[in-house]
Design a protein around this ligand. Structure first.
Ligand SMILES: [Zn+2]
Length: 367
């Protein structure tokens, strides 16, 4: 996969012709990313009660441990996941927080696009030459089920390895029927390089089996006809499919106006004061999906993720994983009051919280 091998240092810093491929933007793929999967929210509240709770300005900012749902209660677990993924059911977790303004969002989008290149939209993307198999669709034409599995494989790994894992899976098992029929060990072997192969195989197979049993054929194309909320409910019922995974499928595959919040988007949103410094990722998702204008959600997501990998100021712990494209254009946007209140240590603390949550998830996953 490309992604890491582009953008030589010699390129002009503000080359507006630079294109940002959505492949590079499958930023949903990062280590800390799916920490929210299956965990957010209070255990026994109904969604309505949860609204009240979450609507308080500072609710939901405590470590999420408290709010975890026990695994043996799948119904409660799905309700919680659904609540996390349905921003329209809420007035938003930070009603008094007026950042980001539409103007700030557009300024960030434009500044980042000048630095990193205009994001390419899925439908214009050509197939990746190195992705393997004839059955691999481009993002724009991708089958919904492919997109979902691709996103599941991207959990807790880098974009590069997850793309390889997906290509390898498709090469070994060209159809979903074959994946379902194959021994788990063989499927695990095919996606081993993406990490957590056993867990991911189990989850994918469970989805395939459910679709086969319920609908007779292994496809998710039927959800294309669904409204956003119905679609979210349909997908979050599957184990291992949380708010971010659904948001990614909706944005990348279905071209819905979603704004997925991955670890980069989360971190930078806090840094810019777009959400309170202690906002957790699910609250950030709900808040940002209300505040970011619908027509730039895709661009801003893609650009923030790219930026989070390349900017020394905005990268996790100040250590970018990719080469810099130049000076940070977000500096002037740091006007939010919460930024001033934030101390250097806050971000570090957040990364610690991420790690803790990751461990919790792993325990849930494997236990
Ligand atoms: Zn930056």
């Amino acid at each position: 996969m490309k992604g890491d091998n582009t953008h030589p240092r010699t390129r002009s810093l503000r080359n507006s012709n630079r294109k940002l491929s959505p492949e590079a933007s499958v930023m949903h793929v990062k280590k800390e990313e799916d920490v929210s999967t299956g965990s957010p929210g209070p255990v026994s509240r109904s969604p309505k009660q949860a609204v009240k709770h979450e609507a308080k300005p500072d609710a939901g900012t405590k470590p999420r441990k408290k709010q975890r749902v026990k695994q043996e209660d799948p119904v409660a677990q799905q309700m919680v996941k659904l609540a996390a993924v349905s921003p329209t059911a809420y007035t938003g977790p930070f009603p008094k927080h007026m950042q980001p303004t539409p103007e700030a969002c557009r300024a960030a989008r434009d500044g980042l696009a000048r630095l990193h290149g205009e994001p390419q939209h899925a439908k214009k993307v050509k197939p990746e030459p190195d992705a393997g198999g004839d059955n691999l669709h481009t993002h724009g034409q991708e089958q919904v089920l492919d997109s979902l599995v691709r996103t599941i494989l991207s959990q807790n790994t880098t974009d590069i390895t997850s793309h390889r894992a997906f290509a390898s899976l498709k090469e070994a098992f060209p159809t979903w029927e074959e994946v379902l029929g194959a021994p788990s060990g063989k499927v695990e072997d095919s996606i081993r390089m993406g990490g957590l192969a056993e867990i991911k195989t189990e989850r994918v197979k469970a989805i395939l089996a459910t679709l086969k049993q319920e609908r007779g054929s292994i496809s998710l194309e039927y959800i294309r006809e669904m409204e956003d909320e119905e679609l979210k409910a349909e997908l979050t019922r599957f184990k291992g499919v949380g708010a971010k995974t659904v948001a990614c499928v909706m944005m990348f595959c279905l071209a819905r106006d979603e704004f997925p919040v991955d670890t980069h988007v989360w971190r930078i949103s806090k840094k810019l004061g777009w959400v309170p410094g202690k906002a957790n990722r699910d609250d950030t998702y709900r808040h940002m999906n209300i505040r970011v204008p619908a027509d730039i959600r895709y661009d801003l997501h893609v650009l923030l993720v790219e930026h989070g990998k390349r900017c020394a100021r905005c990268a996790s712990n100040g250590k970018p994983r990719k080469e810099s494209h130049g000076d940070c254009p977000l500096v002037n946007l740091e006007a939010g009051p919460t930024v001033k209140e934030m101390k250097e240590g806050d971000i570090v603390k957040d990364e610690d919280v991420i790690k803790k949550e990751e461990n919790v998830i792993k325990k849930e996953d494997t236990g």
